[in-house]
Design a protein around this ligand. Structure first.
Ligand code: ARG
Length: 567
């Protein structure tokens, strides 16, 4: 990676100048006037050395050799050092850009579990689950591209006392055949569950019935197990349909494509409880068992209720113990879950650290923000949950209206791509104001805009037959500004993937791809490609076009967004 090589050059210059290289960072530049990379190290050093930053910068710059890699070095006020990558290098890189450009093996020693999606059985697949699915999938793809060994997990909510209530409700008010034949069995299950709570308000005795059925379920009662398994299948069918629409490859999830749901840990909690009791992390209080944190850093976390029941947190601890055992102590565990569970995950991680299982930095909560809808129609549905199916339908319908998208398949790709881009383009912890106009704006920072730029590249390339893309480009070629700007930007793609991986930030990739698309579209409007003045120029422009199309496709692919041939 060029950035790494530049860092080395800066470091060597600092050593030669007898200066401290701690805190050296290389800043990629997007503005032609500031070169390709910069450093502000002289400004930092000036404070320590009590020296003039401009003089320090000059001194360091003198020790940066101009060669095959660096063509020009410049010092500017108040003490930045800017370097320009040599044209020869830029051209060499351009010819190297194939459909794997952006992949590396830098993280090949890392093992990471990315847990995402995690919807609940017999409950709606919410916008929160949608965000988790989109962001988690992109993060897993990006990490994989840097060579890490990635395990994808889906922590399905398929266990807990609520299933006792559900079973009671199905048996009392439900009709299994009717549920089975319904368009959307999950909606009926949700209605039954809601009904349970309504009736229980009037008749609290129902809660005992619910508890009894959960107990039966735990004890392996055949009828309870049957209805529970049935509910899982009904829900999974629904989830699977959504995953297909979203282009999520479920076969990549651990445990045969479904992930280890909460129920997998049903019989794995008691050793954990024993361990935590022995380590004096878990203490009794009024019949319940809780983790109290030193200095009350967080509120206590309950692991066993008064009635002896385990909780969500108990299963999470068993899950992580299982993961450390299965994938090794060094595995990093990432949970992609809404920001509303922030405190909970802090409590969970702290408990694991207290238990001596792992270091804090091995646990990461990627917390996404919420959707807010401009369109009030979308936000008022029962209990503020939105049926994802409706959002997907709307996205596709709107994509159809966009223009000549006669093909339903293409509209779906555009609709889903638009939805995903809208989610990924901003830092994931921020809330999203959902505005259909933005989501499908072909002129703006949107999925369709990037997909369209890709189509544009492909249609140029499709018009040339028998073109040999491997021919070298002579260093003597004339580069105009539009071309130069693109070639320089292409150079920075692999490091962008790496930065996105390090920060778990798909939005870095979006920012890059949007910028690249804008640059390409500008270039395209101003410069004839197939009708270029001479062969050399045509050759260069075609190569740029091919490189841009490769990078756009690679990047979109990491984001989980498909491309189309025509739109
Ligand atoms: N099923 C949970 C929910 O819908 C999310 C699970 C998140 N993952 C975890 N390890 N707790 O809220």
């Amino acid at each position: 990676m060029i950035k790494t090589r530049i860092k080395k050059i800066f470091s060597e210059a600092l050593i030669k100048s007898k200066l401290d290289l701690n805190g050296l960072t290389v800043i990629p530049q997007n503005n032609e006037n500031f070169g390709d990379y910069s450093t502000s190290i002289s400004l930092q050093l000036a404070k320590v050395e009590k020296a003039n930053p401009m003089i320090l910068a000059e001194k360091i710059a003198k020790n940066i050799p101009t060669d095959d890699l660096v063509e020009k070095v410049e010092v500017i006020k108040p003490g930045f050092i800017n370097v320009w990558i040599a044209k020869k290098q830029l051209l060499k890189n351009l010819t190297k850009i194939d459909n794997k450009y952006g992949n590396s093996t830098l993280a090949k020693r890392e093992k990471v579990i990315v847990e995402y999606s995690s919807p609940n059985i017999a409950k709606p697949f919410t916008i929160g689950h949608l965000r988790s699915t989109i962001i988690g999938d992109a993060i897993a793809n990006i990490l994989e591209a840097t060579g890490a060994k990635v395990y994808r997990d889906n922590h399905l909510g398929d266990w807990g006392t609520q299933f006792g209530k559900l079973i009671y409700a199905i048996k009392t008010w439900g009709n299994e055949n009717e549920i089975k034949d319904a368009d959307n069995p999950v909606r009926i299950l949700v209605d039954l569950y809601v009904r349970f709570h309504k009736e229980a308000e009037i008749n609290p005795q129902l809660n005992d019935e619910g508890r009894m059925w959960f107990k039966k379920l735990e004890e392996g009662d055949a009828e309870a197990r049957r209805l529970w398994t049935q509910s899982i299948e009904w829900s999974w069918n629904e989830f699977d349909r959504l995953y297909k629409k979203l282009g999520i490859k479920t076969e990549k999830f651990e445990n045969n494509g479904r992930g280890y749901g909460e129920s997998y840990f049903e019989d794995k909690m008691s050793p954990i409880i024993d361990e935590l009791k022995k380590k004096e992390i878990l203490t009794e209080s009024k019949g319940a068992f809780l983790v109290f944190f030193p200095n009350d850093k967080y509120p206590p976390l309950m692991l066993i209720k008064q009635d002896g029941a385990t909780l969500y947190a108990t299963r999470d601890l068993a899950t992580d113990a299982f993961r450390l055992n299965r994938y090794g102590k060094n595995v990093k565990i990432i949970n992609e879950v809404g920001a509303e569970q922030s405190l909970y995950f802090q409590q969970l991680y702290e408990t694991e650290v207290l238990a001596g299982w792992l270091k804090r930095e091995k646990r990461v909560h990627i917390k996404h923000g919420m959707y807010r809808f401009k369109d009030s129609k979308m936000s008022t549905r029962k209990g503020n949950t939105i049926w994802l199916e409706d959002v997907l339908k709307e996205a596709t319908n709107r994509a159809i209206k966009l223009g000549k998208l006669e093909n339903i398949k293409v509209s779906e790709v555009i609709g889903v791509g638009a939805l995903k881009w809208n989610d990924l383009k901003k830092s994931s912890h921020l809330d999203i104001v959902f505005d259909w106009e933005d989501v499908l704006n072909m002129q703006g920072n949107s999925g369709p805009y990037i997909q369209y730029t890709y189509v544009r590249c492909r249609s140029v390339l499709n018009k040339v037959d028998k073109y040999d893309f491997t021919t070298e480009i002579e260093e003597t070629v004339n580069l105009n500004n539009d071309e130069l700007v693109l070639i320089r930007s292409l150079l920075k793609y692999p490091e962008t993937v790496l930065e996105a991986a390090k920060a778990y930030a798909p939005n870095y990739l979006c920012t890059y791809l949007y910028d690249l698309s804008q640059k390409y579209n500008l270039f395209y409007q101003k410069n004839p490609i197939l009708k270029a003045e001479d062969t050399e120029q045509k050759n260069l422009r075609l190569k740029i076009t091919l490189a841009v199309s490769n990078v756009l496709q690679h990047g979109l692919n990491l984001l989980g967004i498909k491309t189309v041939k025509k739109m």
